[in-house]
Design a protein. Structure first.
Length: 243
């Protein structure tokens, strides 16, 4: 079978990137609800590519996973059946600054900020004085200004006494680093390959993992370049081997 819906779908993604850049409007495509051929799926996989970030929920049965593509601002989310955790039931292409299911809602951050401020005050005697800086950064993060704390003693002090891992996990397969959500939604803990906490990221999603405006501008051209590069291969190809 030949290509059927892959090229129009890439056009939809391109327009969504432009809208995200110019209008700040995110976009969702329910990709497995569209009729596609095997060639469509192989072509889309080649054009979008797969980035180093793999995200999942650390729960009894993983319900959702996500990964970044090689196109900045384009993420793939896959939802699995609760009855059969190995059965994918929904696949979405998310054109956004971060994958929605792994992005902390503002309301949750507001509640966590209140709790963090209260706990910070109650445990003041065993926390180093610099811990109060994190509260101010947290308040800034609530306004959409992500911040990273890289002071080793401060990170060690807070993750020993106050901040613990929660269920959202972001693994960087390239660097070996891992970032987890925490008991205070809006505070993320970054671990090095030796599983030592080295940074705190404050915001709805780690800021350094989000695409910038310049990244999105580049993404539009990159998508076109990759489409033109791979399209001839699929226009000439009929039979594809299974993975």
């Amino acid at each position: 079978m030949a290509l059927m819906n892959a090229v129009p779908l890439l056009g939809e993604i391109k327009q969504a990137l432009i809208d995200l850049l110019e209008k700040n409007e995110p976009y969702t495509i329910y990709s497995n609800k569209l009729p596609t051929t095997l060639e469509d799926r192989y072509f889309l996989q080649d054009v979008l590519g797969k980035g180093p970030l793999f995200m999942y929920e650390n729960v009894m049965h993983t319900k959702t996973v996500a990964f970044n593509t090689l196109i900045p601002g384009v993420w793939i989310e896959v939802v699995f059946s609760e009855r059969d955790p190995n059965e994918p039931i929904l696949e979405m292409v998310q054109v956004n600054y971060s994958p929605p299911v792994f992005t902390i809602p503002k309301e949750d951050i507001e509640l966590s900020l209140e709790k963090f401020e209260k706990d910070l005050h109650e445990m003041e005697e065993i926390l180093i004085p610099e811990a109060k800086k994190v509260l101010e950064f947290f308040k800034e993060a609530l306004k959409g200004k992500g911040k990273t704390v890289e002071e080793p003693n401060l990170v060690k002090n807070l993750t020993y006494y106050l901040i613990t891992d929660s269920e959202l996990i972001i693994e960087d397969k390239k660097s070996g680093h891992k970032i987890t959500s925490s008991n205070y939604y809006g505070i993320w803990i970054e671990y090095n390959p030796q599983n030592e906490p080295i940074k705190l990221h404050l915001g709805d999603f780690p800021e350094h993992l989000k695409p910038t405006k310049e990244d999105l501008k580049r993404a539009v051209d990159l998508l076109e370049e990759r489409k033109k590069h791979f399209l001839p291969k699929y226009q000439k190809r009929v039979d594809l081997p299974l993975l």
